[in-house]
Design a protein around this ligand. Sequence first.
Ligand code: B3M
Ligand code: ZN
Length: 679
Amino acid sequence: MPEKYLITSALPYANGPLHFGHIAGAYLPGDCFARFQRLKGSDVLFICGSDEYGVAITMSSDLAGRTPKQQVDIFHEINKNFFKQLNFSFDNYSRTTWSGHIPTVQDFFLDLKDNGYIEEKTENHLFSVKENKFLADRYVIGTCPKCGFDKARGDECPKCAASYEATDLKNPKSKLTGSDLILKPSNHWYLRFDKFKEKLSDWIDKKNWKKNVINLAKEYIKDLKPRAITRDSDWGVPLPLKGCEGKVLYVWFDAPIGYISSTKEWAEKRGTPNAWKDYWLDPTTKLIHFIGKDNIPFHTVFFPAMIMGQNVPYILPYDVPANEFFLLEGRQFSKSDGWYIDLEDFFKRYSTDQIRYYLGSNAPETADSEFTWKDFQARCNAELLGKLGNFINRTLVFTKNNLEGKIPEIKSYDGDDKNFLSQMKEAIQKADDAYSNFQVRKASQILMELAQAANVYFDIKKPWVLVKDPSRKEELHTVLGCCLECIKHLVLIAYPIIPSTAEEIWHLLGYNSKLEQLNWDKIKDTPVPFNQKINEPKILFRKIEDEEIAEQIAKLKKGLAPKDKKNDKVDSLKEQISFDDIEKLDLRVGQILSAEKIEKSKKLLKLKVDIGLEERQIVAGIGEFVQAESLVGKKVIVVANLKPAKLMGTESQGMILVAGDKEIEIPYIKELPPGSIVS
Ligand code: B3M
Ligand code: ZN
């Protein structure tokens, strides 16, 4: 029986675009593991999706002037596409607003309640007099009770991963208004996590997980207290009790159950609605949660306790490989601070496998690691191109030019050949171990060490000398035979990290099959067939030039520099107009329904705008300054009585108001509906 793996990557909040910082920790390692296990013949299901409830969403949608639903609709699509662009192999990418999620979560709650683990209590909660409401989670900011970090959130500390009640924070304040908070009684439902102490400790004692994961989990188990699992909000999974309107379940109660509901959605989509049980209810399934270190307590303590306390025999995690953080040139990625990589621009210049390799070879497995443009260039040029690409290219070109493009037969071996072959065997075994133990970084090192050893072998054997001497034909065949065999080994080791390049090399070696449908051990043990015709060699990786890296670094630094608020030159004022002239303008609030680039134009965006009375198509010259998707849902000021005109062949029925010309800022309307008059 093949091993069965249920692999999850943390469900990202659909409240903003993901960046490489997220990908390196909880996502790429999950994808590499899933791809490796499939190649090993395991039965694999790889699950993810958007986390769409909770304060992380409502707060960001408030700030963006959108409804929570509009917010999650936008970022679910953007993030899903980002994963597609990175060639992720999720079997399902769901969202927690999927209808099947709600009953699954509510059943958890009702079971836990029936089993005596949930109680209703009236306790003091943080209340903002100024805003006249209770504040929780990210609406509260204060000093972490554990590490003293002064910008800790109401439910968890982004610095030390501590998780607590908002009332535990020192000096709590409203995140939005900065106002002081008072304590006021309110009723909520509490999960008696304290009742799971013993069961959790016995369970975790048998685990052989990463040290930091085990240690943090144990620390939490020691100190388990009842915790509020409800919130006052209209955005979330409703509490399934009568008379509790306006109460929803806390996002960390519903989100991990999203792994189960995403699997249910997968099963429904493929027409076998019960297939999720083959994974979640089979005790031999190995459930692996790939997460960032800040999510450790929820995956190793709170979610397992919830599973233990309800009635469905769901499996508990087999392992929780939590990774550290991935930074950008020494500090956290932050779009609002200008410290980020423009992804659209990135993918115009670089390939998916270049970034996958870079993130994999630099994965923050044991300590924080970082993206630096120089290191990205060095790894792409010196390793992917200089070691791997170079060896593959010189071998294939030599085979094409001197052996009629056919795999030669190996008839005899000398010591060097044998040594080279055993290096391949050893590398494959080491890579197998590394991938099995979630060590992508190590696997990438093994890949490059083998490529380097192969280049050394090629140089020592000098096939360009052998080919000139007909009496050394057999030797020549052995050398090229060994090199081609080595390419096969490199393909296998490379596949989980750079799958499309690996498929391409596999094809260049003359195979018609798809690597992903084959088996690691079979490929390893079957020599590349004698006489197989290779395909036309081609360059696999492009060299990254110094100038383009200098340009990227300059762009990053410019993004960070404080914006010069004062214009060097302020345009002089236009001629005065009368109030009647103003009266002629019909300005309205319009909501942008869609936004797309107009082909062949750098600047123009085609917008569909709802102006209350009708839908308009407006062409705006702002494409250089904003990402089209980021406009969707926003409310802007529209000149509604401007005569229609054609811009690059596209009709524009109005104009939107923006400030600035070299750099622009768009004034957004927060509350008023489309159609409202602006005067
Ligand atoms: N969305 C937290 C985060 O993105 C959260 C993970 C949920 S996993 C069930 O950091
Ligand atoms: Zn802390």
